[in-house]
Design a protein around this ligand. Structure first.
Ligand code: RM4
Ligand code: MN
Ligand code: MN
Length: 431
């Protein structure tokens, strides 16, 4: 079955035709530069073609801050419309074939129908995300925690929600559950830190027991917010300890924004790979905290260094290495579709540059304590302009050479602004 195409394929073809010649020349030049270094460009392009990152369903709605949210006209009002936008991103960018849903935000009556709807666009579902950080009317409150709450009834409600997410995930064809909790405290002394973690483990044991064969559970740490003094799963150390306590199918998820500024995230990644607990990533960028800015917009070098660790693991066949990639960002001032397109490219760029690192040279510089040459090896890879390889990979995968240009020219957003009158009580994005 040919997937439904929200953008006219002729429009992509028309744009590509205009850019093809320049791309061919740039690509040929890059091929020659890399050949001098003993690198086969075709092998790099083939790897970029296989690179995939999931879109979070909530990412296609406008985000917001504690102060305000400025919705983009025509933003999706429900999960079906979110999938339609995700299909645009995949059709143009060809790096995002999966969508990660969040519950109860994406709740529908018939999940089989939802799966079929996604399939009609060629999209499959990635990890299911549970939400025990927000209250629902008529339910017990998570104001003082969920899986770690002092009241057993609240913990049971939070556990039941995660079990339900697993059931939904089975119907959607997901293979993982991501658990992020907002539990923690705002005042020193408010929480018994030991008891809270004990209760977390107790609750998670019940959830993990329900994880189907072949699935993984990802636990996501975050150092602050909404709890502003302490969080129960604050850092990778706590996350790692919990994963090892909970079982081999439980792994740590690294959200780039969930660390203190200046934290050496690539080293965390290396540790988690070494001990086979790297579940995957929520990619975004940040300046101050969990800013959820677009991937690569603030510190592209950090993303490169993370990918340097990932490529190292990939090439040496590190045991148990199968990280799941997802974007997790809040688009407050841009069109989410454009931001997500550019963010996926930022990851492809970091990946491609990491593939260009001369691993042999790096290893020999490291072994001989030649710090300058080791760093120069990384620097010379990160300075390479790999844009033509990324564009070629996208074109070969059937996408647009310049996805944002096609998106703007398609007037998709303007059409949706008319077709999706906003219900201002509807919720999209992280608010
Ligand atoms: C959290 C965390 C979770 C995401 C929510 C919306 O800060 O990053 O992954 O599900 O935001
Ligand atoms: Mn996240
Ligand atoms: Mn976050």
């Amino acid at each position: 079955m040919t997937p439904r195409m929200p953008i006219e394929p002729e429009l992509i073809a028309k744009h590509n035709a205009r850019l093809e010649q320049d791309l061919a020349a740039d690509y040929e030049h890059l091929g020659a530069v890399l050949a001098r270094r003993g690198v086969d460009l075709e092998a790099i392009t083939a790897r970029i073609q296989r690179f995939a990152v999931a879109i979070p369903s909530w990412g296609v709605g406008s985000g917001g801050t504690r102060f305000a949210r400025f919705p983009v006209a025509g933003e999706p009002r429900n999960v079906f419309e979110k999938l339609e936008d995700c299909a645009v991103i995949q059709q143009l960018g060809r790096a995002t074939p999966t969508v990660s849903p969040h519950f109860p935000w994406d709740r529908v009556d018939d999940f089989r129908e939802l799966r079929e709807f996604a399939r009609s666009y060629g999209i499959v579902f990635d990890a299911v995300n549970s939400n025990t950080f927000e209250d629902l009317p008529g339910r017990l409150s998570y104001k003082f925690g969920s899986l770690t709450h002092s009241d057993k009834a609240v913990r049971e409600q939070a556990i039941a929600h995660n079990l339900e997410c697993i059931e939904i995930g089975k119907q959607l064809g997901s293979r993982a559950l991501t658990v992020w909790i907002g539990d923690g405290s705002n005042f020193p002394g408010q929480l018994n830190m030991t008891k809270a973690l004990e209760r977390y483990l107790e609750s998670m044991r019940v959830i993990v027991a329900a994880i189907p064969d072949g699935w993984r559970a990802f636990i996501e740490h975050k150092l602050y917010e909404p709890a502003l003094y302490s969080t129960v799963i604050a850092d990778w150390g706590t996350s790692f300890i919990c994963a090892t306590q909970l079982g081999p199918n439980v792994q740590c998820l690294v959200d780039l924004g969930h660390h203190a500024p200046t934290t050496n995230i690539e080293q965390i990644v290396s540790r988690l790979i070494q001990f086979q607990r790297l579940g995957g990533f929520h990619f975004n960028d940040s300046k101050y905290g969990d800013d959820d800015l677009d991937t690569g917009s603030i510190n592209p070098f950090q993303i490169f260094l993370v990918f340097n660790e990932l490529v190292d693991a990939e090439l040496r066949g590190a045991p148990g290495f199968a990280p799941a990639y997802m974007l997790d960002q809040s688009h407050n001032v841009t069109d989410p579709i454009e931001s997500l397109l550019e963010s996926a490219v930022a990851l492809q760029r970091a990946y491609a540059q990491a593939l260009l690192v001369d691993r042999e040279a790096l290893n020999s510089a490291q072994e001989s304590n030649d710090a300058l040459m080791a760093n120069r090896t990384l620097q010379s890879a990160v300075r390479m302009d790999v844009e033509s390889a990324i564009k070629m990979a996208r074109k070969r995968n059937g996408g647009a050479i310049d996805p944002v240009a096609v998106f703007r020219d398609s007037r998709y957003r303007q059409c949706k602004a008319a077709a999706r009158p906003q219900d201002l009580t509807g919720k999209s994005g992280i608010v």
